[in-house]
Design a protein around this ligand. Sequence first.
Ligand code: OGA
Ligand code: MN
Length: 287
Amino acid sequence: MTMSIEPTTATLGATVRGVDLQALNETDWAAILAAFHRHALLIFPGQGLSAAAQAEFARRFGDIEVLVQNLDTIPISNRGGLDGAPLADDSFHMQLLRGNEGWHTDSSYMPIAAKASVLSAQVLPATGGETEWADMRAAYDALDAERRAFVDGHRAYHNYFYSQARIGHAVQAGQAYGFYEGEPPLRELVKIHPVTGRPSLFIGRHACDLPGMSAAESERLLDELMAFACQPPRVHAHAWTPGDVAVWDNRCLLHRARPYDHRHARAMLHTRVRGDAASEAALNAAA
Ligand code: OGA
Ligand code: MN
């Protein structure tokens, strides 16, 4: 079996075929890691990993960020279980899924933002429910002088309570998932990638409240920046087939789920790789 790595036509992403993620040799792993740093998103069709095998693959990128109930890999599903009943629309988990339909980067609202995420597809609706990624390296490169001066000089808080409130979900303190309830993390709008050294925009739906600006002005400026950033050729969507696996670099991409009819089941498995304190800690994180 010969591994092939085929870039998409967008500025990010590549499809990797001819490799079994459960039987990687060191040469192929080195090529995958190099491709991950270059393309920031890798899609592996037809791997059919179990949750345990997915966690094992994720662990190659770093330590797992445990999100809930000591699970390495969590279901991102609109059913109670894989064949379970639909979740109530106002349930915490359904609101979380709706939140995923907005551009974001994982765990930016935590004191240490995520490094990478691995997502695989198990059950899919007939239409919709793709996942889409946007390249914040290319977005930074495309900024005009005025926008570049603005982002170089500003920071934003990243706040899950803010982003969920914006979609009508009033998150209560002490709810599931251990969301961080201290002062929201403060982060630069420009992030330097710890491996490649490339600058990228670090924004998304959790970003808000630029110090020195009103909440409304922050929201307007960040919305405008996100609309500019998340445009072709900087976006790539993947229409899933069950068994596909994707891994992406949260340090330089945004992602979102595309809408679908929530009366139909959609079940994914998610494993999150913890960021490094040296590069992913918030500016206001306790030392
Ligand atoms: C995630 C996420 C998007 C999707 O798992 O972090 O945002 O398409 N998922 O389910
Ligand atoms: Mn996500």
